[in-house]
Design a protein around this ligand. Structure first.
Ligand code: AMP
Length: 294
């Protein structure tokens, strides 16, 4: 039976009752759940005795008011998906439950937010790190699941729990895509039919970067420039960034000598989409299939 709770006290009590029964897994989300979220939930269901999903559109991490106001919300459908995938507890607090008064403190994410989304969305990762720290304190899970789709966010969260000694394991889950390559995202709901047709060019460009790296190219800015040519010249499209960065510290790489992440942000009409692809140079082949733990 799914328990849907909107207070911190009730959530802590419900989890407290189950804690002796085995591991607790947390999947933090902002709702408008889709198959990408479901993949995190299913992974948590396989790993853990209790699965908690949080649904909270966190105002602290929105740098543009319009984005927050237009963010899709569909709690009833989200609960249906959670029921279907065997979630035990949904924690869906109000803003005033999470922030009864304005926060005085915040997590400073340092250099990890200097580039990519951190550069173009001031305060975004500080808001993410702050709410994730709160959710980890409220739920106290053994494992928390995050998508590789938001690779910079995953790096911020990994560093957050290391730097603050939070006793939780962070699990990264591969990106779920549409058949044409577009990464699933709640924001895809905002695309018109024509915009939806254009949107997969971001993934195509990132794949081109990965192919160049795989072919042995090492000049990162050149690889990025070449990849960007796959975004058609169309008034509805604006590539905000496409860069190759180090997978740990998210600093830009100029000469490739190991694995990198090609990351991009594309405006499609009024909607901003992000995606990334891991690139491995030919001399640095990854571990054999199935041989590594995401
Ligand atoms: P959001 O609701 O957008 O904040 O996402 C909640 C979690 O789901 C984050 O850890 C995301 O990285 C993850 N996620 C979102 N889209 C996908 C996707 N297409 N594939 C895998 N994980 C995803």
């Amino acid at each position: 039976m799914l328990a849907v709770l909107d207070t911190i006290a009730a959530t802590r009590a419900a989890i407290g009752q189950r804690r002796s029964g085995g591991t607790i897994g947390l999947v933090p989300t902002m709702g408008a759940l889709h198959a990408g979220h479901a993949s995190l939930i299913q992974r948590a269901r396989r790993d853990c005795a209790t699965v908690v999903v949080s649904v909270f559109v966190n105002p602290l991490q929105f740098d543009r008011r319009e984005d927050l106001e237009r963010y899709p919300q569909s709690l009833e459908a989200d609960l249906e998906l959670c029921r279907r995938d065997g979630v035990d507890i949904v924690f869906a607090p109000t803003v005033s439950e999470m922030y009864p008064r304005p926060m005085e403190m915040a997590v400073d994410v340092g250099r990890l937010a200097d580039h990519l989304c951190g550069r173009f969305r001031p305060g975004h990762f500080q808001g993410v790190a702050t709410v994730v720290l709160k959710l980890l304190q409220i739920v106290q899970p053994d494992v928390a699941y995050f998508g590789e789709k938001d690779a910079q966010q995953l790096a911020v969260v990994r560093r957050l729990v290391t730097d603050f000694n939070v006793p939780v394991r962070i699990a990264g889950v591969p990106t779920v895509r549409e058949p044409d390559g577009l990464a699933l995202s709640s924001r895809n709901l905002r695309l018109s039919a024509e915009e939806r047709r254009l949107a997969p060019c971001l993934y195509a460009a990132l794949q081109r970067a990965a192919a160049s790296v795989d072919d042995g190219a090492t000049n990162a800015p050149e690889i990025a420039r070449d990849a960007a040519t796959l975004v058609p010249a169309d008034g509805r499209l604006r590539l905000e960034y496409l860069e190759l960065v180090d997978p740990e510290d998210f600093q830009p790489v100029t000469r490739i000598s190991g694995p990198v992440i090609a990351a991009g942000a594309l405006w499609v009409g009024r909607t901003r989409l992000i995606d990334n692809v891991r690139c491995t140079p030919p001399t640095q082949d990854g571990p054999p299939e199935g041989g590594h733990d995401a």
